[in-house]
Write a protein of this length. Structure first.
Length: 190
């Protein structure tokens, strides 16, 4: 029994359902990003702790170093969201080019005019800002870092904030550029 490629390919209705499911998953990752960032920040800053905080400066600085995880948590969520966005775009390109879907033609015109870009911009700008805040955190809390510094010590805990914040900025930019490059390549697929 022979069947054509069109008979074996998924229906437009099935593909649209996959787009909706992917959008829901993407929204869940964005919520997860907010929850993880809030949880890390509250643990690092001691929010929600009803018992008095230990007076040890070293212990306070060690807890505050948890803030260095925020840029990497943001980058992880951004990368997964970028992957889901690309997967949705693959379906759209398929529907537009192989099925000659009118809505996908219109959606591509909107994409070209950046009409669908607000969610992506909010995702990356929030990661850039959070990474910059981590990078600058030692400037906001200089007293704690100066009090925790050992005389004659060359290792500075604030350097971790600079490195991790800078890495978060670089990862956010790399994720953004990678998604743009892959999206352009995808649009050229016949």
């Amino acid at each position: 029994m022979s069947s054509s490629l069109d008979d074996a390919s998924p229906s437009a209705k099935t593909l649209r359902a996959e787009i909706v499911a992917s959008e829901k998953t993407r929204a869940d990752f964005l919520k997860l990003k907010l929850i993880v960032v809030a949880a890390i920040a509250s643990a690092a800053l001691g929010l929600g702790n009803s018992s008095p905080r230990s007076s040890s400066d070293d212990q306070n600085i060690n807890l505050k170093c948890l803030l260095c995880l925020i840029p990497f948590a943001c980058a992880f969520c951004d990368l997964l969201c970028a992957h889901i966005t690309l997967r949705i775009r693959v379906i759209g390109v398929y529907l537009r080019k192989k099925r000659k879907d009118g809505y996908e033609e219109f959606a591509q015109v909107c994409r070209d005019k950046w009409i669908f870009s607000l969610e992506n911009l909010a995702t990356w700008i929030s990661s850039l800002l959070l990474s910059a805040l981590v990078c600058c955190y030692p400037l906001f809390d200089q007293a704690a870092f100066n009090a925790g510094r050992q005389p004659g010590s060359h290792a500075s805990p604030e350097s971790w904030f600079y490195y991790c914040g800078s890495a978060g900025i670089a990862l956010s930019i790399a994720t953004y550029l990678a998604q743009k490059i892959l999206a352009r390549k995808m649009d050229k697929v016949g």
